[in-house]
Design a protein. Sequence first.
Length: 331
Amino acid sequence: MIQNLVPVAVLAVLIFTILRAGRQPLWAEAYRRIRRRPLALVALGVIALYGAIAFLDSIGWRDSSARPRQTVIDRLFQKPKERTYSAPMAAMTTGEPKPHKIQSRHLLGTDGVGEDVLYLTLKGCRTAIIIGGLTSLIVTPLALLFGMLAGYFGRRVDDAIQYVYTVLDSIPGILLLIALLMVLGRGLVQMCIAMGVTSWVGLCRLARGETLKHRDREYVRAARALGLGHGRILARHILPNLMPLVIISVTLGFSGLVLSEAILSYLQLGVQSGVGSWGNMIDSARMELAREPIIWWNLTAASTALFILVLAFNLFGDALRDAIDPRLRSS
């Protein structure tokens, strides 16, 4: 249930952030600058397409109590299973001593158990959005909370928080991630929790540094002089000034989270085999290149889908950073 709500939650947070930020002069100017960059708009369109696929793959229902739940993607793209591999748009199976006629044409072919590769690739969109979205929803509040507390209060609070994230950051990230997954078990939510625990340190340091800059400025001193509490100052005055930094960091970090799932799947620590995942597709296809004939389409489809999403997030993140940061704005 949680997994189905994550794409909806990510979409809701994105829409709320855009509408809320659009009222501020800084973001209104940033939107105008982004609209002048065609490459950024293309990247945003690609991200929106992936998000729409993930959203449609989270909406499903049962036709009857005896039949399994099917999502919109299942109903639109799922095809009858074939006997085994078939090349893209082929009419016969591949790799059998006696090729058999397939039931329907498959745009990207089929894998070893006869599943349509295009269908599996589309199912991987939901997993990628869940991993990036849910992990970001875990990392961002955690990093902001500790970073703002450390930067605002300083002294013992700062020392304690710095000690925690310094110790955490001294452990090799992949080893800590593997250890957490061994404790939590395999699963999509468990992977997001483990990645969230190991990914908040960088943003926390940035939030701490920015809070140190803002806590001694005139508007914060004026708020203290008016008798405002620490919580209100942090929430109403310092946090809004951190939002550009947070949004840029989350946008650029999203692609790294998606790539981590492919690495963990290669180490047999990814999501369960029954869940659509590009990492699982790449892992199951790594031995197919040694077959005769070479089975290349399963690996190519998953790698291309992963590459396009990561590239789109990186391009849009760079454009967003240039539009927001006054030091990087071009005339």
